[in-house]
Design a binder for this molecule. Sequence first.
Ligand code: CMX
Length: 458
Amino acid sequence: MAMRRILKLSAWTRLPLRYRAASSLSLKETLDKTIPEKQEEVKQFRREYGDKKIGEITVDQAYGGMRGLKAMVCETSVLDPDRGIEFRGYSIPECQKLLPKAPGGEEPLPEGLFWLLITGQIPTEEQVNDLSKDWAARADLPPHVVGMINNFPNNLHPMSQFSAAITGLQSESQFAKAYAEGINKTKYWEYALEDSLNLIAKLPTVAAMIYRNCFHDGNVCPIDPQKDWSANFASMMGFDDSQFIELMRLYLTIHADHEGGNVSAHTCHLVASALSDPYLSFAAAMNGLAGPLHGLANQEVLVWLMKIREQVGDDITDDGLKEFIWNTLKSGQVVPGYGHAVLRQTDPRYMCQREFALKHLPDDPLFKLVSRLYQYVPDILLEQGKAKNPWPNVDAHSGVLLHHYGLTEMSYYTVLFGVSRALGVLSSIVWSRALGLPLERPKSMSTIGLKALVGAAK
Ligand code: CMX
């Protein structure tokens, strides 16, 4: 009885022993142990069940962006339409509770989420601290990338600068070098891991340089090896407010992964399947994230909120707000930050940002506007009758928090999303190489071919 009560006390105790991290193991040692077990599990599963059917494809799915098609494997996270994202089985509130925090902090450290995504285990504080130090030590950029970023014109969108700089970093790829030297394929994952750790470590420096060049004096302070990844990133951008640093920890944790089929994750997976190295694959992913229906929606939301303010002001009436929403729809545009290809409820990533706002900035006028939109947009989208999901997604809330702390340059917002997304998609590359996943090459059909396939009249 007492035992049962203890088991209920926290989600931590639900973890089977094998999923608890052994505090003495490094990340590489943990993967050295975990990967052969998983390889064997998958091998046996495929031997026994490889020819089992897992679904059917309709003509509408072929034309309709392959929604719901179960045709790829992603180990790091699963997206449930109602419950939202689960990172290796853990919801966002569970991650907020279980993952190590900075001293005095309340939000999880993204280093811990990365450990969870790539190993499947909740790390110890020591392991997370080691990762913070490791990333700080790897953060330097080669001189040609520094020169490249400093030469980008200010009118090149920050996401284009980000993607180009990541491609420029490809000179550092140990995967590409080892492949050229003829490395055995069983070792691919080790080089993919090394590239991923280096790239993740360097991204805040790249992103901060872009921010300081585009919007400030171009000066970026050096990395402090005593600070965690988010604190260093915030400082390099020029923000030292402890609440903003906490926000960055939360932000960089919740944007990291959204299973395998979203545009950025799928792009990364696809490009890496050609054995393009993690730098090239991640740069490609960032070009997808830069689309307005995906990551750029966080910029679009703020642009839209500012339009409401400019055109009608903060004192807009309820009817005025509803009219503004309807006008957006009637002019053939989407309401940014609402709807989702998979989710059918309010995104838990929206909810945790809302909780952060309620706790730290309840009176912020822009947050109040975001809250009022949450009251009206879903009903209007339902009345319009097109969107399958009328509820807000992550992008409906992120910009208002950044804006509150002075990060007001909305064309930069997607870069922050991109820095976080690296944690998930690069973890997946390591696993794709560990599991020996092959070149991705689905079959496409012409309309003539599809008609013939389903027996449609000529
Ligand atoms: N505003 C207006 N119309 C919307 C809408 C919205 N927020 N969401 C969906 N619709 C429309 C679609 O454009 C589509 O219209 P058509 O039939 O005229 O083409 C119709 O409703 C059905 O779409 P759906 O099946 O509900 O949604 P999809 O899976 O095709 O698209 C998404 C999903 C996210 C692209 C869409 O909801 C959207 O455009 N939302 C606004 C942009 C946004 O917030 N994107 C960020 C998503 C999260 C992320 O990746 O970062």
